[in-house]
Design a binder for this molecule. Sequence first.
Ligand SMILES: CC(C)(COP(=O)(O)OP(=O)(O)OC[C@H]1O[C@@H](n2cnc3c(N)ncnc32)[C@H](O)[C@@H]1OP(=O)(O)O)[C@@H](O)C(=O)NCCC(=O)NCCS
Length: 340
Amino acid sequence: MQTSVDRDWTISPPRLRPVAVLGTGSGVPPRTLTNADLEGMVDTTDEWIVTRTGIRERRLVDGQATSDLAIAAAEQALLAAGVEADQVELILVATVTPDECCPPVACRVQAALGAHRAAGFDLSAACSGFMNALMTGHRLVGAGAFANCLVIGADTMSALTDYERRDMCVLFGDAAGATYLGEPRDGGEILDQLVGIDGRGAEMIMAPAGGSRRPATLETVARREHFLQMNGKEVFKFAVQKMPEIVETLLGRNGYSIDDLTLLVPHQANLRILEAGAKRLGLPLERVMINVDRYGNTASGSVPLALDEAVRTGRIRRGDLVCLASFGGGLSWAGSLIRW
Ligand SMILES: CC(C)(COP(=O)(O)OP(=O)(O)OC[C@H]1O[C@@H](n2cnc3c(N)ncnc32)[C@H](O)[C@@H]1OP(=O)(O)O)[C@@H](O)C(=O)NCCC(=O)NCCS
């Protein structure tokens, strides 16, 4: 699969007001599924999982839905930004696992927060969903349509995971992360973004049934076709190529080099992808945010969850140059360059 960032939609900021990330938050369910637990469920070993993926454990819901994780993340982001829920003007939720196909998760979040003035909607771009929502929120706030925006990435991947398939069930977990965007306070600003898709790779990661093409039937459920399936090797190759391309493009066209980058916060799919990408970039692993070992791949939740951890643990400070990068189903990819 050949893809190129030449076909990205470049989101440079013509006549937009500056917009900053003013707060972050995360929501993870309490239940932990370890590699030892998986050894009792499928024919696998801790050694295989750690060597091939770097994942040691992941969090799974226990009765909660995607909105519960999203609400927890949003509450933290508002607290961190020091704003009340009734000030929020827009709520965007990126997810591939809404509580139900209707209503939008954004509506559940709005009601639970008491964000009565807020407009909102969900959007979906697989593992690049949060980054596309960030771009949307940035543009809408930057254009003056809304004064601020809660941007949430939230997924309950356990709902799409076949726990009888050893190649899939070791990879995914459930989580949400959130950011609050508004007028800059301390000089921080979202500098640049890019997004892209290549639909020729649409079938590399897909749930064959349960949508409008093949609605769920007793037969599709018996054949477990409502769960995700993936061509792991091809996705791996795509990710290892795309992740460094995103970073190089964003840094290069803004006049920065890899030495200027404080921290790369990539989509957390597999430690080997992050290591290979960092190597291609000449970026020491100490400057890559990694928490895939504790959460696995949480799809839309992945980048904002890692970002929130980086902020809370002091790995990102005011004035730092931060790059977010995602890749995933679709195929899709996205990047964001932020002066913190
Ligand atoms: C899924 C992934 C970890 C598989 O690793 P891999 O090195 O490509 O492994 P393979 O698929 O070639 O499988 C090698 C062997 O391990 C086996 N295997 C697969 N999962 C296993 C598991 N959990 N435990 C033990 N063995 C396993 C396979 O059956 C295969 O056995 P075989 O050679 O007898 O057929 C890897 O391809 C990957 O991470 N891809 C990217 C996935 C991703 O990030 N997707 C989301 C993007 S958003």
